[in-house]
Design a protein around this ligand. Structure first.
Ligand code: HEM
Ligand code: SF4
Ligand code: SF4
Length: 385
């Protein structure tokens, strides 16, 4: 093992998982769906978001439709207080967002603690970090959309923070505001960013999953029902409300923090903006690079599996078992007794050796770890006991 994870931590996590198995059985153990849980909340967010979108009006001032002011804040108010089930949908959307952040963090911790993040899995790690930051940013834009006093403070703080970035700051401010000041266009931009980036998560997830043959992305229905029930408990116990409508002529200063999404604003408020960016960007880079030292420390680089051509029967068991879709079954050359032949796509192979175990004909090997050597080692270990 080339790992820097404290062994006690790994043992403790595995012991907790084993204990949970004893209570709910491994089929319903939520620890085994650590990646599927954020994915579940993403679907909930898409569905509830779509329903909210149907009634949301992304403007600050708009007396267009009637004598009454119709804008983002009043539309959110309408959803919450008038629309049947509106408050429930809004609550589900909010708490599913919080739960998604929480489960992403737990998922990242789980893959790190159980040493499933480095070497071949660096792509999952790096795309995972990008997904986490995207989710955080999308969630923050959700808070701007409500257009209450908190939205106004967050918008102003973001504009100041972007302005502190050298070279790109001014351009980013204009992009963020959709102009040089907060106007109706700003809110339509927020809505566009919120929804557009949410869809880009799907592309990020595709990259996250592309090297896995069978990623576990759906928890069993029983877990889905339980997660939905817990969400509903929060929705009814802690209903979501808006603050006062934002007034561009006022300067509100204090706001309630949602620690899942808005912690960067607590940081901004407690330090100078230069330091804030050093910590945020430095933290993001350090988090992204977690698997890097392990990539170089590995004493043997990844050696892809190799098929022993004259032994392969084309049974395709190795291809079915390979966790990374690295084995393709191709037509066997003319004159062969068999129809198919296994071929390894070296660029997808992690060198895990699962195929070696799957093959009953000793027809696939890891060049640095031959099947016969492994068997000899196991035999020696068994005899030594
Ligand atoms: C939108 C957020 C995310 C979702 C929906 C997600 C989902 C998933 C799923 C479904 C799997 C497959 C799990 C399995 O089959 O056992 C997975 C694997 C993985 N994820 Fe994520 N993930 C997210 C974010 C992250 C983050 C933030 C990290 C780390 C920084 C990360 C690191 C990994 C790694 C290293 C694996 C491979 C684990 C293995 O092969 O056992 N993911 N992810
Ligand atoms: S399991 Fe062995 S025999 Fe079967 S296709 Fe794979 S390499 Fe060939
Ligand atoms: S070693 Fe075998 S099972 Fe593992 S990734 Fe490579 S081809 Fe697939």
């Amino acid at each position: 093992m080339y790992t820097s994870i404290p062994k006690g931590l790994t043992d403790l996590t595995l012991a907790i998982e084993k204990g949970t198995n004893a209570v709910v059985t491994s089929k319903y153990n939520p620890f085994y769906y650590h990646g599927a849980l954020p994915q579940f909340y993403l679907w909930v967010l898409f569905i509830s978001g779509l329903l909210l979108f149907a009634y949301y009006i992304p403007t600050i001032e708009n007396a267009y439709f009637s004598e009454n002011l119709v804008n983002a804040w009043t539309s959110v108010n309408y959803i919450t207080n008038v629309l049947p089930m509106g408050a429930v949908i809004r609550g589900i959307h909010r708490y599913a967002g919080d739960a998604m952040v929480l489960t992403i963090v737990l998922h990242a911790l789980r893959v790190w603690i159980t040493d499933r993040y480095r070497q071949y899995r660096w792509i999952q790690w790096v795309t995972g970090v990008a997904l986490l930051f995207l989710v955080l940013f999308i969630g923050q834009t959700g808070y701007y959309l409500v257009w209450d006093e908190r939205s106004l403070i967050l918008t102003r703080m973001t504009v100041s923070a972007l302005g502190a970035l050298p070279f790109v700051g001014e351009g980013l401010q204009k992009w963020f505001l959709n102009g040089t000041a907060i106007t109706n266009l700003t809110l339509s931009n927020f809505l566009f960013i919120h929804i557009g980036l949410s869809f880009s998560l799907l592309f990020g997830l595709w990259m996250h999953y592309v090297r896995m043959t069978r990623p576990v992305i759906t928890p069993p229905p029983a877990i889905n029902y339980m997660l939905t029930a817990v969400l509903l408990v929060f929705v009814f116990l802690y209903p979501i409300t808006s603050g006062k409508m934002a007034d561009l002529n006022s300067m509100p200063t204090s706001f309630e923090i949602d620690w899942f999404f808005l912690w960067p604003y607590a940081m901004m408020a407690s330090m100078n903006l230069g330091m804030y960016w050093v910590l945020i960007l430095g933290g993001a880079i350090a988090f992204t690079c977690v698997p890097l030292p392990q990539l170089y420390k590995a004493s043997h680089p990844i050696e892809s599996a190799e098929v022993v051509l004259n032994k392969c029967t084309g049974c395709s068991l190795c291809s079915q078992d390979c966790p990374y879709s690295a084995i393709e079954m191709v037509p066997a050359p003319a004159g062969s007794r068999f129809k198919l032949l296994a071929t390894v796509k070296a660029y997808r192979c992690s060198g895990c050796g699962v195929c070696v175990g799957a093959c009953a004909f000793d027809a696939i090997d890891l060049p640095n770890l031959l099947d016969t050597d492994v068997k000899a080692k196991i035999k020696a270990l068994a005899e030594a006991k």
